[in-house]
Design a protein around this ligand. Structure first.
Ligand code: BES
Ligand code: MN
Ligand code: ZN
Length: 497
């Protein structure tokens, strides 16, 4: 798809569809000139109150006398309520609607923003680039997953341009971020028979390049590293595990390590899950997908820092060779774990990945992204990532990135008292502490492995999958964590300078 900025007037647009964003009840004058050219139909839509500019409202007009045959009026809501997120949502709704009615070339006017540029647009977010957000939401909203069937209507948007003089809008960055989110969505939506640990390994290898080195450890090598907890998860599966290491070298100093839970299917193992909804457990590798996507974007955007991506990939299945409740396994750190539930598998894989990161990289910080607990969705629904950690500065940076990207994080406590919840009678720890506090005891379990290295755990179980369409998040895999991480990296790089 072609994405561009064009410094031309609305009436010069050659695309088949022109989008005009409106504030609620006060944008009548912004498109006067254009409206008089097309015969006053915009004014009519406004006067009849058929279109008021209410947030996410859309009205399509067929017009003549200008090159575009159609004009879409798109509501941004009240100017005083404007946020980056509301702009994204309008962009997402507008472009997906236009795709569905067969628009192929789309141009978006920045009329309202240009004429209110002197006013405060009430955008708290640092960049204050309304058209950036419109395009971001728009492009993210066009995503569809059609890998396993013929596309329903084959309709596709071929070009999107924004009408602005503003060459500061960072299109390259926008493109890389949107492509990365959609890449992650594709990985997650792909079912587990087509997305095995081995597949993930070869996709990771395909990222190898100038600044990226990829290592994929197989069972033998992981055994040599002593990652017994991780390997125990793969024990019942015919799919062999892959411990994936992606190294990005873009600067000096200790790296930031990103760890993504990468269970390609979570049946629960011997502690098997109920049948209902089990098909969704293909999304248990959403953290890993996000990490791979971030590494891919890094190879394009080349941030000046070092980043390591780790994906302890495995499939969690029951079977004669599966681990069993009561088994004790040894992690790379030497700590032993009693397996209470084979369904608390994510933390077993992450514990070894955290240990591996410390052993091999002495990181400046570690962030893990994981669909770790059902309790995360119960606590926060689909509205925020649950954040816990031992790195207060890293958590502050993440809160900032969350505000900018609207991939919101909500901090949960790691009280010392939780230690008792995961005390085992036979091993150093047990992997499940019962129903109460299961969101935070999962975090606390990981804390036992992170030592003195600043570390943050992001539970994305509630946000990685949408059962319903959202304005720029089509139903299915959301790609959560990708924009959040990219914004975090950007923040870390600029604070270095
Ligand atoms: N992958 C699941 C968590 C999950 C559940 C993610 C639903 C997304 C939607 C994880 O491996 C799991 O099974 N967690 C258990 C832990 C329990 C056995 C301590 C849970 O949260 O129920
Ligand atoms: Mn599980
Ligand atoms: Zn899981």
């Amino acid at each position: 798809m072609d994405i561009s900025i064009k410094n031309i007037a609305e009436e010069e647009v050659t695309a088949d569809t022109l989008v005009l964003p409106f504030f609620e009840n006060n944008s009548a004058a912004f498109y006067d000139h254009l409206d008089s050219l097309i015969g006053g139909f915009i004014r009519k839509a406004l006067h009849s109150k058929e279109f008021t500019g209410k947030h996410k409202q859309l009205t399509l007009l067929h017009v003549q006398n200008i090159k575009a045959g159609r004009v879409l009026l798109a509501g941004l809501g009240k100017q005083s309520d404007l946020t980056a997120e509301r702009i994204r949502q309008t962009g997402g709704k507008a472009l997906a609607y236009l795709r569905d009615i067969g628009a192929s070339g789309i141009a978006v006017s920045n009329g309202v923003f240009k004429k209110t540029a002197g006013d405060s647009l009430n955008l708290r977010e640092a960049k204050n680039k309304p058209m950036y957000y419109f395009l971001e939401g728009g492009l993210l909203g066009l995503y569809k997953f059609e890998k396993f069937r013929k596309a329903e209507n084959g309709k596709e948007v071929k070009s999107v341009s924004i009408l602005a003089a503003d060459k500061d809008i960072p299109l390259r960055k926008l493109r890389a971020a949107v492509d990365a989110v959609n890449f992650a969505r594709d990985l997650v939506n792909t079912p587990s028979n087509s997305m095995t640990p081995e597949t993930l390994g070869s996709i990771a290898l395909s990222l190898s390049g100038k600044k990226i080195r990829v290592k994929v450890l197989e069972r033998k090598e992981a055994e040599k590293e002593g990652m017994g907890a991780y390997l125990s998860v793969a024990g019942g599966s015919a799919e062999s595990p892959r411990f994936i290491v992606v190294e990005y070298k873009g600067g000096k100093g200790a790296p930031l390590v990103l760890i993504g839970k990468a269970i390609t299917f979570d049946s629960g193992g011997i502690s098997i899950k109920p049948a209902e909804g089990m098909e969704k457990m293909k999304y248990d590798m959403a953290g890993g997908a996000a990490v791979l996507a971030v590494m891919r974007a890094a190879s394009e955007l080349e941030p000046e820092m070092n980043i390591i991506g780790l994906l302890p990939a495995a499939e969690n299945m029951p079977g004669g060779t599966a681990s069993k409740p009561g088994d004790v396994v040894r992690t790379i750190t030497g700590k032993t774990v009693e397996i209470i539930s084979t369904d608390a598998e994510g933390r077993l894989t992450l514990a070894d990945a955290i240990g591996y990161a410390i052993k091999h990289y002495k990181p400046m910080g570690m962030v893990d992204l994981a669909t770790l607990t059902g309790a995360c969705s119960i606590a926060l629904g689909g509205e925020a990532i649950a954040m816990m950690g031992s790195g207060p500065e890293l958590m502050e940076s993440l809160k900032k990135a969350a505000e900018e990207t609207h991939e919101r994080v909500w901090q949960m406590p790691l009280y010392d008292e939780y230690r008792d919840y995961i005390k085992s009678d036979v091993a150093d720890l047990k992997n499940a502490g019962g129903r109460n506090g299961s969101l935070v005891t999962a975090g606390y379990f990981l804390r036992e492995f992170s030592g003195d290295t600043p570390w943050v755990h992001l539970d994305i179980a509630g946000t990685a999958w949408n059962d319903k369409d959202r304005p720029y998040l089509p139903k299915g895999a959301s790609g959560i964590g990708v924009r959040l991480m990219l914004d975090l990296l950007e923040g870390l790089c600029s604070s270095e300078k």
